[in-house]
Ligand binder design. Sequence first.
Ligand code: ZN
Length: 126
Amino acid sequence: MERRESAQERLKELTERVAAVQTKVDDATARRDAAQAELDTESASVAKERELVAGSVPADLIKLYEKLREQQGGVGAARLYQRKCEGCHIELNITELNEVRAAAADTVVRCENCRRILVRTSESGL
Ligand SMILES: [Zn+2]
């Protein structure tokens, strides 16, 4: 008799623990699904923005960029930041910097090391 009550109590306790774990699983699943939906929305938004920007870039430059992107693990262009290519993280030497400095603003300049397109900004260190 006592053994049966003990077993029933243990069963009840385990059933409650299973229900508690299931609640946690349901909660985590709901948060995962919400995060996935948020990422899908953001991804669609970025893709649309990218399409708009790509439409304003000359076709030959897009072609070069896409080729480099494929060759360089998904990154075809990199910011030139404080004399460093942010694609390969190599600092340009003085000769390369002088060439970049001398290039017209609309000239496509590339990293001598990784060949990515270098994006010049006011923080390029030129
Ligand atoms: Zn580079």
